[in-house]
Design a protein around this ligand. Structure first.
Ligand SMILES: [Ca+2]
Ligand SMILES: [Ca+2]
Ligand SMILES: [Ca+2]
Length: 229
């Protein structure tokens, strides 16, 4: 019986201390908007592993669909977002990251390794990666629908990972999209974006919680011992 009690306590403390994080998946609710004012707010209590959504579920103009999500990046050093390797994919997506002020951070059409077809990667540790923790806007759309600010195109027109085009709209918050999606045939389409470094980190358990848990387990073990005679 002592062994059982010890086992229960060790198990309880291990669970409480290690806080194994179940995969956290955000499923798009309705249709996420295309600008910060209508973006879907993701309030994830644990590290956010994936976003599942649909492009092309926005009505008559759905070929121009953009889904924008407000995410929390808690570890900018490891932040990444990608459509590579997911079971559902838009055939040729683009991913965009904007700051909480709506200004462009970086975007990618096709992963520049050339190994992943037309799938997109906002890589970790890139010179254009976000540098501070906080709230950001992550958007997905079809090639070649690009965001514009008051001064014009927000991102440079590059192959690979592209940053703000400071000769055009690179200093401006996103106001619109140019809706250049000619030739798209895959509507509507589910997508999955896998993330790292995003979501709100779970707080460490309070010492009081651990104590209560321990006391509860001891009580449970004693009750079990009484029942078993
Ligand atoms: Ca959508
Ligand atoms: Ca949308
Ligand atoms: Ca692409």
């Amino acid at each position: 019986m002592k062994k059982t009690l010890l086992g229960l306590l060790v198990f309880g403390f291990t669970v409480a201390l290690s806080r194994p994080s179940a995969a956290t998946v955000w499923i798009e609710i309705g249709d996420a908007g295309l600008l910060p004012g209508t973006a879907q707010d993701i309030d994830s209590p644990d590290p956010l592993d994936s976003i599942l959504g649909n492009l092309g579920d926005g009505g008559l103009d759905s070929i121009f669909d953009i889904d924008m999500f407000r995410i929390h990046i808690f570890d900018p050093l490891v932040f990444s977002a990608t459509t590579i390797g997911s079971p559902f994919n838009v055939s040729d997506p683009q991913l965009f990251l904007f700051g909480d002020d709506g200004r462009g951070i970086y975007m990618n059409d096709d992963d520049e390794s050339g190994l992943n077809g037309s799938q997109s990667l906002l890589p970790a540790g890139h010179p254009l990666s976000p540098i501070s923790a906080g709230f950001y806007y992550l958007a997905i759309g079809w090639f070649d629908n690009e965001p514009f600010g008051a001064g014009g195109r927000i991102f440079e027109d590059l192959i690979g990972v592209a940053g703000p085009d400071f000769l055009a709209g690179g200093f401006d918050p996103v106001l619109s999209w140019d809706n250049n999606v000619s030739g798209r045939i895959d509507l509507p389409t589910a997508y999955q974006i896998d993330l790292s470094g995003a979501g709100v980190a779970a707080p460490a358990p309070e010492p009081g919680t651990l104590l209560l848990l321990g006391v509860g387990l001891i009580g449970a073990a004693r009750a079990a011992r009484r029942r078993n005679g």
